[in-house]
Design a protein around this ligand. Structure first.
Ligand SMILES: [Zn+2]
Length: 405
C-alpha cells in the first residue's frame, strides 16, 4: 500500500549582490504585471465590458513585454509573471465566491513571490547546493537536507531582506502503520488570563504556549517607536523593519514550539483526540485585550491541529476532533454534566459523585473518551485501503504565518 506525498522543502537562498538586485527587479516586475492587469480589469468593468480571462491577460502581457515603454518586463522571467496573472484570477474567483475581499493593488513593500510552475523551468543541483532560476542563473542555497522525489515547482520569496526558495516535490511512500496504534491521548487547551497550556488525560502538561505574551512588551515598544516616526522617512522604514523582525521572531518561536509538540504527540500516540474548535478570525473590531489574547491562542491551536493532522497521517496515526460542548463541565468518572461541577477555572469537583480533579485534566479525559467512542462507531477507519492516492500537503504556510500584526 502506498500513497502519493506532496512535500515542500524550504531553504534560504544565498544570492550574490547582483543576483539580489535582479531578484528584487523580478519580483517588482511581477507586482507591476499584477497591478497593471488589475487596473485593466477595473477599466473594463467601468466601461461595462466583460472581464478578461487568463488567456487574454497572457496575450496582454506579451504586448506589454514588447511595448517599448515596458520592455524592461522582458528582462524578467515570463513564467513568474504569468503566475502573477494566475494569482489575480484566483483573487477574483475568491471574491466572487464570497471567500475574500475585492483584489487590491499590491504595494511596494508587500513581498511578491516568484513562482515557476513547471520543472522544465528550473534545475536543482543538490550535490553543489544550487538551484537554476530562469534569467538569473545558478543561485546557491543553504542546504539543510536532501529534496526527495520528483520536482514539481518552485517558489522564490523574500522576507525581511532575505530570499527563500520552496521546492515542491511528489513521491510515492508506503502507508505506514503506527507502532503505538492502541495508545490514545486526549488534549485540552487550558486558556488562562495570559497564557495557555496543553494537558493530556494523565495530567502531564505538554507545554505552555505563550510566545506572543513573552514578546508583547517588546512589540508594544517597537510599535510606539514606529508611530512616532515621520511618514515616509528613513527612520520610519527602519522602525518598521525592527517591528517586523520582532513579529517574525514571535512567529518562528511559536512555529518551532508547535512543530516539536506535534512531533512528539504523533510519535508517542497512535490516536490524538482534540477539541473541534471554531477558530475566530481576529478583526480590528476586536480590540478588547482578552478577546485578542484568545484569538491569538486560537490561532496557535488551529496551527497545532493542522500540524498534528499531517504529521499523524505521515506516521499512520490518527487525529480525531471531537465536539467541544460540555467537555469542561462533565464529570469524567460518572458522566454527570453540570456547570456547577466547575468550581473555578482550575478546579473540578463533581456535584453527584464528588470526583475531584484538575479541570483541564478532567476535560482531557472527556475528550479522549469522545474520541474513543467515535473510533468504536467506526467513524474512523484505522487502516486506509491502498490506492486511495491521498496526497496530503505539508502546510508550508503554517511555518511562515503567525498572528496578524
Ligand atoms: Zn461524577
Amino acid at each position: 500500500m502506498s500513497s502519493e506525498r506532496l512535500q515542500a522543502f524550504k531553504f534560504e537562498l544565498m544570492p550574490d549582490s547582483a543576483q539580489t538586485r535582479l531578484l528584487g527587479r523580478f519580483s517588482g516586475a511581477c507586482r507591476f504585471v499584477y497591478n497593471r492587469a488589475l487596473a485593466l480589469q477595473k477599466l473594463r468593468f467601468e466601461a461595462g465590458e466583460k472581464k478578461l480571462g487568463y488567456a487574454a491577460l497572457c496575450r496582454a502581457l506579451t504586448e506589454w513585454r514588447h511595448a517599448p515603454e515596458t520592455a524592461w518586463l522582458a528582462l524578467a522571467p515570463v513564467h513568474a509573471q504569468q503566475q502573477a496573472l494566475k494569482d489575480l484570477e484566483r483573487a477574483y474567483a475568491n471574491f466572487f465566491a464570497g471567500r475574500g475581499a475585492f483584489p487590491k493593488f499590491k504595494a511596494r513593500d508587500r513581498g511578491q513571490g516568484l513562482r515557476f510552475p513547471d520543472p522544465k523551468q528550473f534545475k536543482l543541483d543538490q550535490p553543489n547546493a544550487r538551484v537554476f532560476i530562469p534569467k538569473l542563473g545558478w543561485v546557491r542555497y543553504r542546504k539543510s537536507r536532501n529534496v526527495l522525489g520528483d520536482l514539481r515547482n518552485i517558489t522564490v520569496t523574500e522576507c525581511l531582506g532575505r530570499w527563500y526558495v520552496s521546492i515542491q516535490s511528489v513521491r510515492e511512500v508506503a502507508i505506514p502503520v503506527h507502532p503505538e496504534q492502541q495508545r490514545e491521548i486526549g488534549i485540552d487547551m487550558g486558556a488562562r488570563k495570559d497564557w495557555a497550556l496543553l494537558i493530556g488525560q494523565d495530567g502531564a502538561m505538554v507545554k505552555t504556549l505563550n510566545a506572543y505574551r513573552a514578546a508583547e512588551h517588546r512589540l508594544k515598544h517597537y510599535q510606539r517607536c514606529l508611530s512616532r516616526k515621520k511618514k515616509g522617512s528613513k527612520n520610519r522604514a527602519k522602525a518598521r523593519y525592527r517591528l517586523a523582525k520582532c513579529h517574525q521572531r514571535v512567529t518562528n518561536t511559536r512555529a518551532d514550539f508547535l512543530h516539536k509538540v506535534s512531533h512528539h504527540l504523533t510519535r508517542d500516540y497512535g490516536v490524538v483526540c482534540i477539541e473541534d474548535l471554531k477558530v475566530q478570525v481576529m478583526t480590528a473590531a476586536k480590540v478588547n485585550p482578552r478577546q485578542r489574547n484568545k484569538a491569538i491562542l486560537d490561532q496557535g491551536w488551529f496551527m497545532l491541529r493542522t500540524l498534528l493532522e499531517y504529521k499523524a497521517e505521515w506516521r499512520g496515526g490518527l487525529v480525531i476532533a471531537v465536539d467541544p460542548v460540555h467537555t469542561s463541565t462533565t464529570c469524567s468518572m460518572c458522566g454527570h454534566n453540570d456547570p456547577g461541577n466547575r468550581k473555578s477555572p482550575d478546579k473540578f469537583e463533581c456535584l453527584r459523585c464528588g470526583h475531584a480533579d484538575q479541570a483541564d485534566k478532567n476535560a482531557a479525559k472527556n475528550i479522549r473518551r469522545a474520541g474513543q467512542a467515535r473510533i468504536a462507531c467506526g467513524e474512523h477507519v484505522r487502516h486506509r485501503s491502498g490506492g486511495a492516492g491521498s496526497a496530503k500537503q505539508e502546510p508550508i504556510e503554517a511555518t511562515r504565518q503567525g498572528p496578524a500584526p
